[in-house]
Design a protein around this ligand. Structure first.
Ligand code: FES
Ligand code: FES
Length: 156
């Protein structure tokens, strides 16, 4: 067991965790932040994507102890109460989700991209989203949503 200190969604967190505990399990089971989804648990589907110091990582391939001293952002950091984040609003208004299983990971990958503050072609967007699998939408509306976000920018 090891003590870790990190920031999750703006809050200081101190915890004692097993050396082998996955970040996805730490987030979901210990921290009760179940918005991060777990699909394949092998690094393929991207549904477990969170930001570690602003960079997207697979939380199913990251150990909780690796986050000691770092900053984690999960999908719960996006909305403020009932107020959707601009990225969530873009996915909603462009019909970029159906079952929603892939959506938390896609939102966090989009957040990383949107913070780069540049426009991207549809092909570039598809390339950036290539690590996030969606079994429902056919991706077209997801790309629409991301393009809308990149065009308007992030207001928060
Ligand atoms: Fe982590 Fe699929 S659950 S990549
Ligand atoms: Fe169902 Fe993407 S909306 S997997």
């Amino acid at each position: 067991m090891r003590e870790i200190n990190l920031v999750i969604n703006g809050s200081d967190v101190q915890a004692t965790v097993a050396d082998r505990l996955l970040l996805s399990d730490f987030i979901r089971d210990d921290q009760r932040l179940t918005g991060t989804h777990v699909g394949c648990e092998h690094g393929y589907c991207g549904s477990c994507t969170v930001l570690l110091d602003g960079a997207s990582v697979r939380s199913c391939l990251t150990l909780a102890v690796q986050t000691d001293g770092h900053v984690i952002e999960t999908v719960e950091s996006l909305a403020v109460g009932a107020d959707l984040h601009p990225i969530q609003e873009a996915f909603r208004s462009n019909h970029g989700l159906q079952c929603g299983f892939c959506t938390p990971g896609l939102l966090m990958t989009t957040l990383e991209l949107a913070r780069e503050n540049r426009d991207c072609s549809r092909d570039e967007i598809r390339e950036r989203l290539a690590g996030n699998l969606c079994r429902c939408t056919g991706y077209h509306q997801i790309v629409d949503a991301v393009q809308a976000v990149l065009r308007t920018g992030l207001s928060r």
